[in-house]
Design a protein around this ligand. Structure first.
Ligand code: ZN
Length: 350
């Protein structure tokens, strides 16, 4: 394993950012599958960071035993800019404060997996995004580890990779898979898979390609036992896809979690501002018309509460962690059994 330090110059003199990159070199020289893992692109989302921390000793053991077949690149904390952003004591890891741009939006959308197409200039967050794509493009397996507010473990997967990626979902032991088609905003996952959509099949190799945004539950689910279980899941995926050899592991079974198109997600905007009293939590099944939450907008007054009801039957995937809400902000994600009437539900929303 080799460790190197990436340096990204800041936008003013005297400021720069750095982050470590770990590389394992595969023993097989016949182009076996390779893997790229990154965590904390949204810099405060740490379940994936501690999962990688738990995974590294397993990779080092495999390396010592000569069982690493394909190359691996690991970036445990992909966003040193967001990692350093604090505003009045609160960590701000989702948006770049200098440009108000979401760190997981605005990635270059390449027409082909050709790094010479990457823009060379831009603000510091844009240069970080270009560098992360440089590090990741060309790997067969690209995993971007995130988390939600409060939630189940689930994956976003482009429809061109499903059901071929069902073994990965089973290996990781996630609860659900959301399938998407459109990524107009340029997420990292979109930037990782869209360059392969209009190239010859022998370049795209979609049958062995993996690209996914992994949502490792909620922002507070930073826990040693969960990290160990998630590391086991990542390891099983790497073995199942031939990056690591481990004859002690059996192939993953079939995926038994929920699979649904992203258009089925009900985002459930709050009708009023106020305090949220939730009736449901991630993992609950609800029927149409079931009460999901009550918004207390005028405490102590008659008619001071507004109920929010399920527009259709489905599974509660996530919910907001803070209990104060403005009108129009999203309360939770309900994966319905059919297409949502909410037009926002069709794009990758991490
Ligand atoms: Zn995220």
């Amino acid at each position: 394993m080799q460790k190197s330090i990436e340096r990204i110059a800041g936008d003013s003199e005297g400021v720069s950012y750095e982050f470590p990159v770990f590389r394992f070199t595969g023993t097989d020289k016949t182009a076996p599958p390779s893997a790229y893992l990154q965590a904390a692109l949204h810099a405060g989302e740490l379940p994936g960071v501690v999962a990688i921390d738990a995974l590294m000793p397993m990779l080092e053991k495999a390396e010592a035993e000569g069982r690493i077949i394909g190359n691996m690149t690991i970036v445990p904390w992909a966003n040193p800019i967001g990692r350093a952003q604090y505003l009045y004591g609160d960590h701000q890891g989702r948006f770049h404060l200098g440009t108000r741009t979401n760190f997981n939006r605005g990635f270059p959308r390449l027409a082909a997996p050709d790094l010479s197409l990457l823009p060379a200039h831009g603000t510091v967050d844009q240069r970080l995004k270009a560098r992360l794509l440089q590090l990741s493009i060309g790997h067969d397996i690209v995993l971007d580890l995130h988390c939600d507010d409060e939630g189940l473990a689930y994956l976003y997967v482009h429809t061109s990779l499903w059901p071929a990626m069902a073994d990965c979902a089973a290996a990781m032991g996630v609860d659900a898979v959301m399938l998407w088609d459109e990524d107009p905003d340029g997420t990292f996952e979109g930037a990782s898979i869209m360059p392969y959509q209009n190239v010859p099949a022998d370049v795209a190799r979609l049958d062995r390609r993996v690209a996914t945004t992994v949502e490792y539950r909620g922002i507070l689910d930073v826990d040693g036992a969960l990290a160990g279980a998630d590391a086991e899941g990542l390891y099983r995926l790497l073995v199942a896809r031939g990056v690591i050899r481990d004859q002690a592991l059996s192939a993953p079974g079939s995926f038994v979690g929920l699979v649904a198109p992203i258009e089925n997600i009900e985002m459930m905007p709050a009708p009023r501002s106020g305090a949220i009293l939730f009736d449901v939590k991630p993992g609950d099944r609800v029927t149409k018309g079931a009460r999901l939450a009550t918004i207390v907008h005028a405490p102590g007054e008659p008619d001071g509460r507004t109920e929010v009801l399920a527009p259709q039957a489905g599974l509660i995937l996530t919910r907001r962690s803070r209990r104060i809400i403005r009108a129009g902000e999203d309360l939770l994600k309900l994966v319905g059994d059919r297409t949502s009437a909410d037009a926002r539900s069709g794009t990758l929303e991490d």
